[in-house]
Design a protein. Structure first.
Length: 187
């Protein structure tokens, strides 16, 4: 599996209805994409009182079952169109340590993402055990999906969660909250 995300920062005065419409028009196109476990079509808006964000963002998050599916997407017409419209974004990837998914993710209304840099002398095996427990705890707490993944190139860890609704504890200085416009996944 491979976790992947790109984030496009939009102007402060951007009409986010344009992004919501883009998601509504294109979201279904990846519903049965080969190799895709899920794609969460995410957006965040400045001034959103329930899910505050410093920036207006369009930031889809993917969980790929294999690299062939990811490569087909990145080399395909959909990503080419996105790159044409917004410029080619920097794509971040991580190797999943733990991923748990409810059967149907289409009820997700919001998502949270944290990225942490691992200290140099971190006991990686122990951290992976703790992160697996955190994934289980998130699922028990109502998450529809919980993914923790590591990028050993820069030793960053991503913690991604899909939730059925917003909660006050989602906001935080190290956590980005998003609205979910659509979830693509195999039927």
């Amino acid at each position: 599996m491979i976790a992947m995300q790109y984030s496009i920062t939009l102007p402060a005065d951007c009409d986010m209805a344009i992004i919501r419409r883009r998601i509504a028009d294109k979201g279904h196109l990846l519903d049965d994409c080969p190799g895709l476990a899920f794609k969460a079509w995410l957006h965040a808006a400045r001034g959103d009182r329930e899910l505050p964000s410093r920036d207006n963002l369009y930031a889809p998050f993917y969980l790929w079952r294999d690299s062939a599916g990811m490569n087909a997407f990145l080399n395909g017409a959909g990503f080419a169109a996105l790159s044409h419209d917004f410029g080619r974004p920097r794509v971040h990837t991580w190797i999943p340590w733990q991923a748990e998914l409810a059967g149907d993710l289409r009820g997700a209304a919001c998502a949270t993402r944290e990225i942490a840099t691992l200290p140099e002398h971190t006991d990686l095996a122990e951290l992976q055990r703790r992160e697996a427990a955190a994934v289980h705890a998130a699922m028990a707490d109502g998450a529809l999906a919980a993914v923790t993944a590591c990028h050993p190139g820069d030793w960053t860890l991503v913690r991604f969660r899909l939730w059925p609704g917003a909660r006050t504890d989602f906001a935080g200085p190290a956590r980005q909250a998003y609205r979910v416009g659509h979830v693509s996944q195999p039927r």
